[in-house]
Structure formats: C-alpha cells, structure tokens
Design a protein around this ligand. Structure first.
Ligand SMILES: Nc1ncnc2c1ncn2[C@@H]1O[C@H](COP(=O)(O)OP(=O)(O)OP(=O)(O)O)[C@@H](O)[C@H]1O
Length: 483
C-alpha cells in the first residue's frame, strides 16, 4: 500500500533550507511511527511530498497508517494511491476506467493530473484524453471543472501512474520538533487540554506541569490526559510531566487571602511556580487554557494582574475562543471523555470572585502569604518522563459511600467555611464536625479512631478525594456521605 503525503501549505512557502529541514523532520517523525506499525513500512522524502509505503496487504495495517497520518502535525492532506506501469495514454485511461468507471453514474466529474518526467504529452492532454473517454463510456453527469461531484486525481511520474483512491484531511500545523519547547499548565479540564493540543499541532514540544490541588485521583486523571495527548499527537519527542504538590499553597491562600482575590492569587502562585519549573528545564514560555471572561479570574484586568508576577511569556491559545468551540475541538481530538471525567475541584476557590481585583489590596494580602510554602512545593515537585506517568497508576483505594449513616458514625463537613456558613449541614441524630478540607489532614489525626467518619462536600468529589487521601495515609475508619 502507498500513501502520498502533502505538506501543510505554510511549510511549502518557507525558504528552501527551512523547508528542506522541516520536511526532513516530518519524514523522520513519520519513519519512527511507521516502524512501530509494521516492519516493512517505509517513508521516502521528495521535494514537495512524502511517500509512505508498506509491503503488506492488511486492512489493519492500512487503518493504522491512515490514523498515524491523520494525527501527525505538519500534514495538509494525504492520499491513498495505487501505482501502475503504463506505456500509452490509452493505458492510463483504462486504469482510471477500471477503478472509477462505476462510481460516475449520474455524477459530474473532472480529472486532475500532475506530471513529472519526460513524456510526449502534457498534463492537460492526459486530463482531456482520460476525461473524454470516461464521459463517452459511462452514464456520467458530464465533465465539470468547477465543483464537480467527483474529482479524480492522477499523477503521472516517469513510467508510473498514481491513482488516488481516497483523499484524507491532515491535521495541519508544523512538524513536531521544528519549534521550541513550552510548559503547558494543565488541569485536565477542556481548556488546558485543548490549549496543549494546539501547541503540539503547531510543532512545539509540549511539556506538562500539573499543580496538584485534589490528591492522587486528580493527579492520575491529569496524567492520563497528558499521556493521551502526547501519545496520540506528539509521541516522536519525549516530554516531561511535572507534578507539584499544591495543597499547602491552597491551604495558605484560604487562610490568608480574602474570597474575592483567591482565584487570582492561586493563578499568580501557579505562574510563579511554573516559571521556576520552566527555567529549570530550559523552557522559555508557559501555556494556559484561559479565554477572555470565561470565568471571573480570566477578565483582562485580572489576567494582567496574574501575568505581572512573571517575565516569562505566557501563551494563551484559546484567549478569544468560545467554550462551545473549545469543547468541539476536544471532542474531535478524542479528549472529551477524559476532560469530562476529571473531577471538578469544588472547594477552591473564590466564593465571591471579583471580575476586577483591587491590585493594591491583593498585594497586601499576598504579603501575609508564607512563601516558604511555595518553595516547599517546588522542592517536592516530581518530574517524570511522560511515557512513565501511567506506571504508577496503581489501583485507587476503594472508598465506602453511604447515603444513610451507621448509628455511631459522625459526619465531617469538609467544605470551605464560607459555604459552611451559607448552607450549614445538619444531619438528624448525628454530630457534624466542620473541618474544611485544607485543615483535614492535620485535624484528622486528633480524632477518635474508634468512630467512623464520613466526609461531606457539595459535589462528592472533594470528599471522595480526601477520603482516599486519608485511606492512603493509613486511616481505615473513613468514607463518604452522599445524602
Ligand atoms: N491544577 C492546575 N494545574 C495546572 N494548571 C492549572 C491548574 N488549574 C488551572 N491551571 C491553569 O490555569 C488555567 C486557568 O484555570 P481555570 O481553572 O481558571 O480555568 P479553566 O478555563 O477552567 O481551565 P481548564 O478547563 O483547563 O481547567 C487553566 O487553563 C490551566 O492552564
């Protein structure tokens, strides 16, 4: 089987040396991946195209090669082609008639020919001869040069004719490795996932940085997404996944920062930490999934307060995109199910978020922040190669979930104290302890081990994550209460 790959037009207009270098990179990338699919797969570079062949007649291999080409950055489109030797114009006509004749009934069509080599006919002569013959010998809707129902692509190269049997859309963008590295701040939601994809598609080597706010399950879900993106669109280049334990930072924000500023301060802490991690890895730009006014921390005034903590360039590929379009891309690239399954971190952060934070007030609040906690988080960041991230995905501890509480059980309401005040939880006949999740790990140690505790939060996500946390820490008397 044979595929002809056309370069993304933005590559074709580059200067000759750049084009040559980038085409070589795309060829190398394809070679690496094709070899993983079948040992006979070969990738050959020519000036304006790349050919991918495999000496095997197997629809599974064919499907895998099509999938590989459809998800490789740098390709405009690609065609499945059949090659045949020919001696005369009439041979070409017969080949086309055999493969296209019965598909032209009632349809308008045109024949497009590209020719290379020495022949005693021109491309236009081939188009006329073959088109005329097809029209005469089939009940077609006639030749139509503009917007025909069927466009038949042919390539005549020396003594071979290439018949296009099917044409596929490529991903576009630039070949992986042609651009620099970036550090994508990924939370696993639709936005940062799609933002990371956009970077990969443009040929940027995209490393991942995750600030762990919600425990091991959240981390694993994000690792799964990052691995998926890399494996599907950028696996020719090894990247890193950095996980930064950020629960301490969140706890400190919740204690030192007023509700309206929390979201913006959290993002400032993320950019501060992200910048340091990027610098350690020799990376010059960060990427986030923010879009203007999608939430209140993403207004222009707030984004500018967020940005002011770093000199490093922050790329926001989704900045003017609508959420609906972002989710459409997520669906198209197969990431939607992953992002939909990522637990939304319900405890953090702004209870009454402000669309325009008061910068002076925010900076005054930040002065109370203990920055050694941020340093501690950075020291404890775990760096993994992306192909190793799923190795540590051991089974998560099972958590008991109850809607009716056992007689002697107590409930721990782990919501933020402002929510506890707004909507206090009462459970008839049971004691409810109010321990916000950011105090839980220290407070839990003080509790009576003989009692069973069931954690409660609004969505059941945080309570599940924290119950798992406690189980991991060796406590056994803990579950989740979902009334
Ligand atoms: N836990 C996290 N780890 C790493 N980056 C994060 C984290 N939370 C947020 N970010 C970064 O900050 C950006 C803005 O976060 P925010 O929670 O305001 O927005 P979002 O638009 O809902 O993002 P997403 O859909 O990616 O979760 C995210 O797109 C992401 O780049």
């Amino acid at each position: 089987m044979r595929f002809v790959v056309r370069l993304f037009p933005e590559i074709s207009i580059k200067s000759a040396p750049v084009r040559k270098r980038w085409t070589k990179m795309l060829t190398d990338n394809l070679r690496l991946m094709a070899k993983r699919i079948h040992p006979t797969a070969r990738v050959n570079k020519e000036w304006d195209r790349i050919e991918v062949t495999a000496k095997v007649d197997d629809p599974v291999v064919e499907g895998q090669l099509i999938d590989m080409l459809a998800r490789t950055p740098g390709i405009a489109n690609f065609s499945h082609v059949q090659t045949h030797p020919f001696e005369s114009l009439h041979d070409i006509y017969e080949l086309v008639q055999a493969s296209w004749g019965d598909q032209l009934k009632g349809k308008t069509f045109c024949v497009r020919v590209k020719r290379t080599g020495n022949h005693d006919f021109t491309s236009t002569e081939v188009e006329r001869y073959v088109g005329g013959g097809l029209n005469q010998n089939n009940p077609t809707g006639g030749v139509k040069l503009k917007d025909p129902d069927v466009s038949i692509g042919l390539e005549v190269k020396d003594d071979q004719v290439y018949l296009v049997t099917k044409k596929y859309q490529g991903l576009g963008g630039f070949p992986m490795g042609t651009q620099e590295s970036v550090l994508s701040l990924i939370s696993g939601g639709y936005d940062s996932t799609v933002a990371s994809f956009q970077m990969i598609k443009r040929g940027l080597r995209t490393h991942y940085c995750f600030f762990n706010l919600g425990g091991r399950e959240h981390e694993l879900a994000v690792k799964e997404i990052a691995f998926f993106l890399w494996n599907r669109f950028g696996s020719t280049h090894r990247v890193r996944f950095i996980s930064v334990p950020f629960e301490g930072v969140v706890g400190e924000i919740l204690q030192k920062v007023g509700p309206s500023n929390m979201g913006v301060v959290l993002k400032r802490m993320m950019l501060r930490a992200g910048e340091r991690i990027a610098e350690r890895g020799g990376i010059e730009a960060m990427v986030t999934g923010e879009a203007v006014a999608q939430v209140s921390s993403q207004t222009i005034p707030n984004l500018s307060v967020i940005d002011s903590v770093t000199d490093m360039m922050v790329l926001r590929p989704l900045i003017v995109m609508d959420k609906r379009d972002i989710i459409d891309i997520s669906r198209k690239i197969g990431a939607e199910e992953f992002s939909a399954a990522v637990p939304e971190y319900c405890g953090v952060i702004s209870v009454k978020p402000s669309a325009k934070v008061n910068r002076a007030k925010l900076e005054a609040e930040e002065e109370k922040f203990d920055f050694s906690i941020l340093e501690h988080a950075l020291e404890n960041a775990v760096v993994q190669s992306i192909d190793e991230v799923m190795d540590d995905a051991q089974e998560l501890a099972e958590v008991e979930l109850v809607s009716e509480l056992p007689v002697s059980a107590k409930v721990i309401d782990i919501r933020h104290h402002t929510e506890q005040e707004l909507r206090p939880l009462t459970v008839e006949g049971r004691e409810v302890l109010e321990i916000p999740f950011y105090q839980l790990s220290t407070a839990y140690a003080e509790l009576d081990k003989a009692v069973n505790y069931y954690l409660f939060c609004d969505k059941g996500v945080m309570s599940g994550l924290h119950a798992r946390h406690l189980l991991d820490a060796g406590y056994t008397n803990v579950g989740v209460y979902r009334p």
